[in-house]
Design a protein around this ligand. Structure first.
Ligand SMILES: NC(=O)c1ccc[n+]([C@@H]2O[C@H](COP(=O)([O-])OP(=O)(O)OC[C@H]3O[C@@H](n4cnc5c(N)ncnc54)[C@H](OP(=O)(O)O)[C@@H]3O)[C@@H](O)[C@H]2O)c1
Length: 284
């Protein structure tokens, strides 16, 4: 019999990709401010994950075996919900013995002592990272069997995602767009991460797991790679910059060590060039 999977943030970037691929499960997703959405074979349920009663009703209705909690990112008012939603889900899923996979971020680190392993000390330097650290602590204390997946920058290769869209727009409008050469991340293709998470959902992996792309890239090289993929010629207004010059407070080097995930899982973690090859082969 198929297991029941609930994905929070069903209209979100990662959540939606998960639900599109979750054919081996009876799948459901949550919506918050998104009024409605449809995907074949998936049911959607409106729920504010900060509201204990709404979460209780949701779990009573769906009776999930597994939850992948993608909701509450750094977008909009999502940051405010990160800690309360994590606490409620951790408590209510532990009580019901539901397997929980919680999405966290590389931004729990300060960017000064990369590469980062699961046991590296956290030291967030922005509000988002601080909230995600608190959420992780709640997960660990309230639901020790939960898997906490820390990932890096997500990108799409079929249609430009939020960040790629801004970059492509700037190539059209001529507006100055700086890509930092001193900010390093391990970007991961959203479809690759979705596939890996669905494998994690079938396994018992308590604790923290780093799941990021295998290549550490600076934002300039990564941005150029995406423009090339979408067939856009870089324009002179797209320039190299540094975090230092910008005056922004951002973690510099968030290179992630995902070797634990590589040992435990069969789905490979793809670099940008490997992901591009896969998309191109799928299109043929
Ligand atoms: N995107 C990245 O590059 C990246 C990198 C590292 C880690 N992550 C983590 O990965 C996860 C997924 O990220 P994403 O980019 O896919 O997120 P996203 O597209 O911003 O989606 C987040 C979803 O959270 C839902 N949400 C916000 N507040 C809510 C609340 N109070 N109750 C219920 N749902 C609520 C929203 O639902 P509605 O749209 O229906 O309002 C939204 O669809 C997040 O946990 C994020 O922190 C993302």
């Amino acid at each position: 019999m198929k297991k029941r999977l609930l994905v929070t943030g069903g209209a979100g970037f990662l959540g939606n990709h998960l639900l599109r691929r979750a054919k081996q499960f009876v799948a459901a997703g949550t919506l918050h401010l998104t009024p409605s959405i449809s995907l074949p074979g998936v049911t959607f349920h409106v729920c504010d994950l900060q509201n204990p009663e709404e979460v209780r009703i949701l779990l009573d209705r769906i009776q999930p075996d597994i939850i992948i909690h993608t909701a509450c990112s750094d977008q909009g008012k999502g940051i405010e919900a990160i800690v309360p939603a994590a606490g409620l889900l951790a408590m209510q899923t532990a009580e019901r013995d539901i397997r929980l996979i919680h999405l966290s971020t590389d931004q729990v680190f300060d960017g000064d002592t990369a590469p980062y392993k699961e046991e590296s000390p956290t030291n967030p330097i922005n509000a988002y990272g601080k909230a995600k650290v608190q959420a992780e602590e709640l997960m660990r204390s309230l639901h020790p069997q939960a898997t906490i997946v820390r990932t890096s920058l997500l990108y799409d290769l079929r249609t430009p995602d939020r960040q790629a869209t801004r970059l492509i727009e700037s190539a059209k409008t001529g507006e100055l767009f700086r890509l930092f050469v001193d900010e390093l991340r391990c970007p991961i293709w959203v479809e690759n991460l979705a596939e890996v998470l669905l494998e994690v959902a079938t396994k018992d992996v308590p604790g923290i797991l780093h799941i990021a792309g295998p290549e550490s890239q600076n934002r300039w090289d990564f941005g150029m790679g995406l423009l090339h993929h979408f067939g856009i010629t870089p324009t002179p207004n797209i320039q190299k910059g540094t975090i230092e010059e910008s005056g922004l407070v951002r973690p510099k080097n968030l290179t992630m060590d995902s070797s634990r995930a590589k040992q435990l899982l069969q789905t490979p973690l793809l670099s940008l060039s490997e992901a591009r090859k896969k998309v191109q082969n799928l299109k043929i």
